[in-house]
Design a protein around this ligand. Structure first.
Ligand SMILES: [Zn+2]
Length: 239
């Protein structure tokens, strides 16, 4: 006879972009191992496939398509699940940068970060970017796969790649031109053909993408400075 299956707990979580509630279960030990191996491989395609698969496994109801969600929804869900699966509290090392009498304190100390209380930081930015009298670009948030693939590109190509992947449509007096009707190279030519000034407007949009962050509040044991740190690189937890 097969061994009984021990039921996994279920939690409710709100998807940041839609405000919809879904039910999820934590990662199993096997899934945690798969994630660890993927992150250690540093191969982005491996990380994308594994994160997508594990998140899909953990969604108990609701028809959610991980590929269609904006990247920060996946970051948020991933961090939430990790908090429920492994530990809500993670130890991080901080270095005090407070200046006392003209000298940087420099004290290293440990602090606790509560990943059960991550938040989405959203900046006020319009997705309709005017580039001329009757012309402009409507932007959208790229998905998780796009944002991970960026990591494999040379530094100089990263921003343009994200901008190109964030175009929903270009408009002018003749109407709307959806990204779906153009190749990536055509979109890239369009972006690289802009003036510096217009390019900066698109750059500003992607620089202000929402980010998932955890707050750390800690007091330096040496100088007593109160640190308020926002932590955003959650993949560090694994390594
Ligand atoms: Zn200090």
């Amino acid at each position: 006879m097969a061994l009984p299956k021990i039921e996994l707990p279920a939690y409710e979580v709100t998807i940041p972009s839609s405000g919809k509630n879904i039910r999820v279960r934590p990662f199993t030990v096997k899934e945690e191992k798969m994630l660890l191996m993927a992150v250690e491989s540093r191969v982005q395609s491996e990380i994308i496939t594994t994160v997508r698969q594990v998140i899909n496994n953990c969604i108990l109801d609701g028809d959610l398509d991980v590929d269609k969600m904006p990247f920060f929804d996946v970051d948020y869900l991933f961090t939430f699940l990790r908090g429920k699966s492994v530990a809500e509290s993670v130890e991080v090392r901080l270095t005090c940068n407070n200046v006392v009498d003209g000298e940087t304190c420099g004290q290293e100390f440990k602090a606790e970060m509560d990943i059960g209380k991550v938040e989405l930081i959203k900046q006020d930015v319009s997705n309709d970017i005017k580039l001329g009298p009757a012309a402009g670009v409507k932007m959208r948030y790229p998905n998780y796969s796009i944002m991970r693939k960026v990591e494999e590109l040379p530094e100089i190509d990263k921003k343009t790649f994200i901008i190109v992947s964030s175009i929903e449509y270009v408009y002018d007096k003749n109407g709307m031109h959806s990204y779906k009707d153009y190749t990536t190279d055509e979109l890239k030519d369009f972006v690289e053909g802009l003036t510096e000034e217009n390019y900066k407007k698109l750059e500003d949009y992607i620089d202000k993408f929402p980010t998932v962050a955890a707050k750390i509040e800690a007091t330096c044991p040496k100088c007593g400075f109160q640190h308020h740190v926002r932590y955003t690189d959650f993949f560090d937890f694994f390594i």
